[in-house]
Write a new protein. Structure first.
Length: 333
């Protein structure tokens, strides 16, 4: 078998035959109610405050027309010459003493950023050889961000890409995490379909739905990171903060040293038996280039990128998020 053929097997989603236990629970939610509660405790122990959004200040004043965000808040914006009808209590007495002219203070209302998570639950994410499926780890990561949004009193919405596109309601307040996990922790059995929602289509929708200063979090293996998707990401990051969490299974980077190991497609289309040492070495070289290229493509589009294996913890995710921003981690406690 040519190497290109082997790489296609990997991109479809491979499973080491010793990992067949994952298939036994395909009809159950990917996280049980008890696991969701334990996850909340884990996140509370490790999560730092959200990284500051450098795009947030751009949301304060957009366009040339006055809006409800100006003139009624508590943060001082500027002073302008007094106009009939202005409230006397808004006069800038110090400026008037210096200039001899009456000026009115203008204040702006602080505008909250909104968070949107794109959660990839498509066929290539329903794969795993150790600990858990990629889609399970992705859901845990999304829960991490939902918990942060809840603690910060920020509006949070999610888009799940699976057989179809599912959109959550805009979640806000003390139940954000719980309501999001109800939305996300659905059964994710192996899928044979190759046609389904595309990342670039959702990014195009985000161009219209996201406001300047919002935060977009994409949790995926980025299998379909097309040139069009990269162009859309570059356009989005000009007005919103875009962060990518690249989820992978360890076997996608490094095949285990098992003599006569067999791989089979989760779609049931066939299998690849008895890899030679040369084939394994060729695979490792291909995988290193594949993931390095994904990472660099995202970086070149202006996206913040963090990678996380299915075997790694949310504490490791939190550390990498803080390191990426150059911050020292500290907890809510």
């Amino acid at each position: 078998m040519k190497w290109l053929g082997l790489s296609r097997w990997v991109q479809k989603g491979l499973a080491v035959t010793t990992a067949s236990a994952f298939v036994d629970q395909v009809s159950s939610p990917i996280l049980s109610e008890a696991e969701i509660h334990r996850l909340a405790d884990e996140i509370a122990d490790v999560a730092s405050r959200p990284i500051e959004n450098p795009k947030a200040s751009e949301a304060l004043k957009q366009g040339e027309q006055a809006s409800r965000y100006l003139g009624s808040g508590m943060e001082y914006e500027e002073s302008r010459l007094y106009q009939p009808g202005d409230e006397v209590r808004r006069l800038n007495w110090r400026l008037m003493a210096r200039t001899g002219q009456a000026y009115t203070k203008l204040f702006q209302e602080e505008r909250q950023e909104g968070w949107v998570v794109i959660l990839d639950q498509r066929p290539s994410m329903r794969f795993g050889t150790q600990s858990q499926l990629k889609v399970t780890q992705a859901t845990r990561v999304a829960g991490f961000f939902a918990w942060q949004a809840e603690q910060s009193n920020l509006p949070f919405a999610a888009v799940a890409l699976g057989e179809t596109v599912r959109n959550s309601a805009i979640l806000e307040g003390r139940s954000t995490y719980a309501r999001f996990m109800d939305f996300a922790a659905v059964p994710c059995p192996p899928l044979a379909i190759e046609q389904g929602p595309q990342l670039e289509d959702e990014l195009l929708d985000c161009q219209h739905r996201l406001k300047a200063g919002d935060r977009l979090l994409i949790i995926s293996d980025f299998k379909d990171l097309t040139e069009r998707a990269l162009q859309l990401l570059a356009a989005l990051q000009a007005k919103v903060m875009v962060k990518a969490i690249l989820i992978y299974d360890p076997v996608e980077k490094q095949l285990p040293a098992i003599s006569g190991m067999s791989l089979h497609a989760l779609s049931g289309e066939g299998q690849l038996k008895s890899l030679t040492s040369e084939q394994q070495q060729a695979y490792h070289a291909w995988a290193a280039d594949y993931f390095a290229e994904k990472h660099q493509q995202l970086v070149n589009s202006g996206v913040w990128v963090v990678s996380l294996a299915t075997t790694e913890t949310l504490a490791q995710l939190n550390y990498r998020l803080m390191a990426e921003a150059g911050h020292v981690s500290f907890s809510y406690a």
